[in-house]
Design a protein around this ligand. Structure first.
Ligand code: MRU
Length: 351
């Protein structure tokens, strides 16, 4: 279903990814053989989107371990956990990052009785498996979500929760793609998503590539379009979902959800179970990443604010679950009350 976009993959003992900073101007693949470059790529948004970050971290850990000298078992052990720690310090909000790291630690522990070579191979296999699973999970999210989309829908999305944010066809855009491929006549409004413009640069690029009808708007236009009746559905991704259904996602999501309630517009979140963090009881406990001031004071390298201006730049916000109509996962669609629904689905399906 995914079309031609392959965001991240493992090839010949290297991590290969699309350079998302170069899009939409240039379609360029980067090949990394040093795990430190994968860390830098996660930090500087060369690869971004919670599920894609999880896959990148898993592959980065496999890559780093692959090049470890196997002096002693203790040293090998220490170096592995040090690599994991470095990845865990990249982006604090994306739950999939920590989920991917935990999977790699579990694989390491299970492979521990083996030789360093066996451990290294086990880690590579696990990272590739995490990538393949994400592709399958995205397909299922699309299948589960497409019945919520109808002919004539005008759907607003925010940020990029598409193929570029995952290893597969995307979460929110996976649902859009599935509905489109089924022949539903839909139209997507794309929030540009200040300050980093994931909507304008990435979502617009993906939708155009697949010829799905779409219109780009500036973030501050969404409320007016809702009032005009131009938007009748909203679907976004998630970076972390708390046990009570509160959702952290790209900054601006909360405002959309509040506006949606005011205008009686269904507000859907599409995300894999790996985005759910049962250790976090509600959204207040989700760590919110703050990024550098230049993302706000400059636009693509050109300064737009006076020198010395104080800046606050939270990259995500939290939408309380009371604003969310349903959460679409690979294991089914969860409706309120979320505490119960999430608990049930996680208990039955999560690894
Ligand atoms: O800062 P980013 O670009 O990594 O933020 C991405 C988002 O907020 C996405 O909506 C989220 O990760 C879901 S992606 C399937």
């Amino acid at each position: 279903m995914k079309g031609a976009i392959k965001t991240i993959f493992w090839k010949d003992d290297a991590v290969v990814m699309i350079d998302q900073k170069a899009l939409p101007h240039e379609e360029r693949l980067l090949r990394f053989t040093d795990y430190k470059d994968v860390i830098a790529a996660i930090k500087d948004l060369t690869i971004r989107g919670a599920p894609a970050i999880g896959v990148a971290a898993a592959m980065g850990i496999a890559l780093g371990t692959l090049h470890l000298a196997s002096s002693s078992k203790e040293e090998f052990n220490r170096a592995f956990y040090e690599i994991c720690d470095q990845f865990s310090r990249t982006r604090p909000t994306a739950r999939n990052l920590f989920w991917g790291i935990e999977r790699m630690k579990k694989t390491f522990a299970e492979a521990m009785p083996g030789s360093p070579d066996q451990i290294k191979r086990a880690l590579v296999e696990e990272a590739v498996l995490i990538c393949e699973e994400d592709i399958a999970v995205n397909e299922k999210i699309g299948i589960n979500g497409k019945s919520l989309i109808h002919d004539g829908d005008h759907i607003l999305t925010h940020c990029n929760a598409g193929a570029l944010a995952t290893a597969g066809c995307g979460t929110a855009l996976g649902v859009v793609r599935a509905a489109w491929e089924e022949g539903k006549k839909i139209h997507v409004f794309v929030d540009e998503t200040r300050p980093v413009l994931q909507g304008a640069r990435l979502t617009a690029w993906e939708l155009m590539k697949e010829k799905i009808p779409a219109t780009l708007i500036a973030d501050n236009m969404a409320g007016f379009l809702m009032k005009q009746g131009k938007i009748n559905k909203i679907i976004v991704g998630a970076d972390r979902i708390a046990a009570n259904g509160d959702v952290a996602n790209k900054i601006g999501t909360y405002s959309l959800a509040v506006l949606a309630k005011e205008h009686n517009i269904p507000f859907y979140v599409a995300a894999p179970l790996s985005t759910i963090d049962m250790s976090v009881l509600n959204g207040d406990e989700i760590p919110i990443e703050e990024r550098n001031a230049e993302e706000i004071t400059t636009i693509r390298g050109i300064r737009v604010a006076p020198e010395g201006m104080h800046v606050y730049n939270p990259a995500f916000d939290v939408t309380p679950s009371c604003y969310i109509t349903a959460i679409i996962t690979e294991a089914g669609v969860i409706f309120p009350p979320y505490q119960e629904g999430i608990g049930r689905i996680v208990r039955h399906h999560k690894k």
